[in-house]
Write a protein that binds this ligand. Structure first.
Ligand SMILES: [Cu+2]
Length: 133
């Protein structure tokens, strides 16, 4: 398990959606919510926020916000394990407005680092890494 703590200024910018360029990634457990940041292939900043400060096997939902906003078509769970890996069940998506999407039916089947692969309608993709405790 790796948790990268971002600086307070970055956390504030992420919280306000005011960041101008993609941060380097990692997860920040600020204000009782774990927020994981990644950049998509085309340069969107992906901010995935969980309702609790740590993500566990019980975690079932999250909110993905992207800047610039895009139409999220699929959020796919994947866990790499050596040369192999495995997925999980399909998630549900519901638009929240403002470039944000509620992701439901998340099932982290194991402890460890999971990837959530984001697929946008314009072909853009991105992967957010999530430490599951
Ligand atoms: Cu696994």
């Amino acid at each position: 398990m790796r948790v990268t703590y971002c600086c307070g200024i970055l956390a504030t910018l992420v919280a306000t959606g005011a960041f101008a360029q993609p941060p380097n990634g990692g997860c920040d457990p600020a204000n009782g919510q774990l927020t994981c940041i990644a950049a998509s292939e085309s340069g969107r900043t992906l901010s995935l926020r969980f309702p609790t400060a740590s993500v566990t096997l019980d975690t079932a939902e999250a909110v993905l916000c992207s800047q610039p906003a895009g139409t999220l078509e699929k959020a796919e769970l994947w866990m790499s394990m050596g040369d192999e890996g495995h997925g999980s069940g399909p998630t549900t998506l519901a638009p929240q407005g403002g470039g944000c999407w509620a992701i439901g039916d998340i099932e982290f089947l194991m402890h460890g680092t999971w990837q959530i692969k984001m697929h946008f309608a314009d072909g853009d993709q991105g992967v957010v890494n999530v430490p599951v405790q």
